[in-house]
Design a protein around this ligand. Structure first.
Ligand code: MOS
Length: 699
């Protein structure tokens, strides 16, 4: 439904440098923690040391003897909050403890050191109860949620998968598991909260200023206009800053209690309890196929966890609904509520663990059928969305597989596992598909011609390091038929026209549509005025709610193919990724430089998932025991030897005025499967539970 004429777009498609690059490298770009209003006090939260139970008493006396302490706030004296949709936000509102690490108090002091010392000296008396923090496939309290994250149906069923699996000449039946993983953006969560007569101002490290404003206003029973959320620069989020969570509420509540501005930084250690994480999963995948590799049945059943206070049911098996043709199909999700922190979004929630399982199973099927894994996927390409029946707006998985195979040198591959040894290193290669849905949400923007002939474009978008500000500048320049240096894009402030959060890989599509429409409205207004521009400029605005709602019905998804080459040390079992190549089909690429950065960033996170990332549950104490980057391993530069992202030209008129699909998340999807498949090719060992630690590769 593109109504925009396809005129030349000279700046969309070019590698414009980040427009705020100079500000960032010179340190002038200020992040939430770097704001220090006058009369500032420091807050340090205190976390529960039991996994389930009740706070009996809080001895605040010793904490108050620390010089500089202003207040110790706990449920006995905390300001009351309005009931929240998300129980994680009801900070210090009750004596109940739902998980170890939950915030039970906050100390506010004149300086950070005093606040930390007092927080450590706080003595909390608990009535502990036995806890259950272990996800098991046979857990008696597994249940079927009403829907899963993203609003998808919990289950799907077509044909007769049981009969088809029973009758299938070739059957793969395997269980895969992925561990809990924690987001670790470079900038941990931080908030500076200030109350004044006008209401609440927050400098917050968030992916969505407009949604933080709406949520905090409701919690403190204020009109949204009385809350202002400022977030011009954010040092990564990956989903953990997508929803306002306990820390920002705690900062606002503490500032209200002490009637002074308060600064609260979540420490790296605290992030492992209070800012969400990727649920662990246990997934059974069954693939039935004919000897020629054509699928007759797909069944993908996922088990995952959430907390006792807030349901979060991840959409693990939804990508399986659109990937491959097969007449008989089933996808399900079951969840168990445990005494654990509430899981949340982590880069491509659902697709990432789900596609590890499906794409590992496809590799197992290729071997069972004796068919090349690229060819197997090509053979199962559907004509239309296999479950909804909708046409795809565009689908270029096959082109990605073919182009990737060509660039990677796949044709020369001997499929025999363990056949290639170089010195003491077994070398293998693997492939996997990736996919991510195309979303778009209503957003608003304004465009203004300034008296000096330059333009200002405003929308409450967020740049979490992706290059959002830069691509919006390119989009606006083209829509205004001017050059980027004449356009100033203002984002990262809830006082700007409301916009959807930076999440779901939908930021550019959503904000970009609003920016294009606002610029078009401005040009129309200028036309109408016939060059008669008032001294203070001309402004026009747009709201895309109607346009987004009126979208034609298509199955919209980005696709990709990931190729990995690994080396496994014969003696130590250490696996190294020697080469990673991702080829993607994601509509029009707006900026090749920032797009490459997004895609290889996602692929690196997928490498990290494959080999390193694992939050280990301590059953006795009931929490995740690795709580820093020394114990929770993420890929470092030395782990990434050779990584390249490429894309194919894709012209899809059913998306948005830019013709773009999101690229923030697809890079991580499928990477871990490609690496696990390569490890199997190298060693003959199939690792079905991530991460691929060396002990799993030693016979
Ligand atoms: Mo992303 S997990 O949608 O921020």
């Amino acid at each position: 439904m593109t109504t925009t004429a396809r005129t030349a777009r000279p700046y969309v498609g070019t590698a414009l440098n980040r427009v705020e690059g100079m500000e960032k490298v010179t340190g002038r770009a200020r992040y939430a923690f770097e704001h220090s209003p006058d009369d500032l006090a420091y807050a340090v939260p205190v976390q529960a040391t039991i996994a389930r139970g009740e706070i009996r008493a809080m001895d605040v006396q010793k904490a108050h003897t620390v010089p500089g302490v202003i207040a110790v706030i706990w449920h006995g004296n905390a300001p009351r909050l309005a009931p929240a949709d998300n129980a994680e936000l009801a900070v210090l509102q009750s004596a109940r403890v739902a998980y170890r690490g939950q915030y039970v108090a906050v100390v506010v002091a004149e300086n950070l050191e005093a606040a930390r010392e007092a927080a450590r000296s706080l003595s909390v008396e608990y009535a502990g109860e036995p806890h259950d923090t272990e996800l098991r496939a046979d857990h008696p309290r597994l249940y079927r949620p009403d829907q899963v994250n993203g609003g998808y149906p919990t289950d799907s069923e077509h044909g007769d998968p049981d009969a088809a699996l029973e009758a299938a000449p070739i059957l793969v039946d395997a269980t895969y598991s992925t561990p809990a993983e924690h987001n670790n953006p470079m900038e941990p969560h931080a908030t500076v909260a200030r109350w004044d007569a006008g209401g609440l101002t927050l400098y917050d490290s968030t992916q969505g200023a407009s949604s933080v404003r709406a949520t905090l206003a409701a919690l403190f029973t204020m009109p949204p206009q009385n809350v202002r959320v400022i977030a011009p620069h954010v040092g990564g989020g990956f989903g953990s800053k997508g929803l306002p969570l306990a820390p920002v509420v705690l900062a606002a509540l503490a500032a209200k209690h002490v009637t002074r501005p308060v600064k609260l930084a979540v420490s790296r250690q605290q992030m492992f309890a209070v800012t969400g994480y990727r649920t662990p999963t246990i997934q059974r995948v069954r693939l039935g196929a004919n000897p020629d590799g054509r699928l007759t049945a797909i069944a993908h059943e996922a088990i995952e966890q959430c907390s006792t206070i807030q349901e979060f049911a991840e959409q693990t098996t939804t990508p399986t609904r659109i990937m491959y043709a097969a007449p008989n199909r089933r996808t399900t999700h079951r969840v168990v509520k445990l005494d654990v922190p509430t899981p949340s979004w982590m880069r491509a929630p659902g697709e990432t663990p789900g596609m590890f399982a499906l794409e590992s199973a496809m590799d197992e099927l290729a071997i069972a059928c004796g068919i090349d894994p690229v060819e197997l996927r090509v053979r199962n390409e559907p004509d239309a969305d296999p479950e909804s029946g909708l046409p795809f707006s565009s689908r270029n998985l096959v082109a990605c597989l073919r182009e990737g195979a060509r660039r990677f040198g796949w044709a020369d591959r001997d499929p025999t596992p363990g056949a290639r040894i170089e010195g003491r290193t077994l070398v293998g290669s693997g492939v996997a598909a990736s996919t991510y849905p195309v979303y778009r949400s209503p957003s608003q923007a304004t465009a203004r011609l300034e008296p000096d002939g330059r333009y200002t474009v405003r929308t409450a978008a967020t740049d979490i390091g992706t290059g959002a500000r830069t691509v919006l500048t390119q989009i606006a320049a083209d829509a205004l038929r001017t050059s980027p240096d004449r356009v100033r894009v203002e984002i990262g402030d809830s006082a700007l026209p409301p916009a959807v959060l930076a999440g779901g890989s939908m930021g550019t599509a959503s904000w970009g549509t609003a920016v294009v429409r606002a610029c078009e409205a401005l040009l129309a207004e200028l036309d109408r005025r016939g060059g008669d521009v008032p001294a203070d400029g001309v402004e026009a605005g747009a709201d895309t709610a109607g346009e987004v709602r009126a979208e034609e019905r298509f199955s919209r998804h980005a696709f990709g193919a990931q190729f990995a080459e690994v080396g496994v040390d014969v003696d130590t079992g250490e696996a190294r990724v020697l080469r990673l190549l991702g080829v993607f089909a994601a509509g029009r690429i707006i900026n090749p430089k920032t797009a490459r950065s997004q895609l290889i960033g996602g692929m690196t996170m997928g490498l990290s998932m494959a080999l390193f990332e694992e939050s280990v549950m301590d059953r006795e104490f009931g929490d995740y025991l690795n709580r820093d980057l020394a114990q929770y391993h993420v890929a470092s530069c030395a782990d990434v030897r050779d990584i390249e992202a490429a894309w194919i030209e894709e012209d899809d008129p059913h998306l948005n005025p830019m013709g773009s699909k999101g690229i923030g998340e697809i890079g991580i999807v499928g990477t871990a499967a490609a690496i696990a498949n390569a490890v199997h090719h190298a060693t003959g060992i199939r690792v079905r539970d991530l991460p691929i630690r060396l002990d799993k590769l030693l016979r």
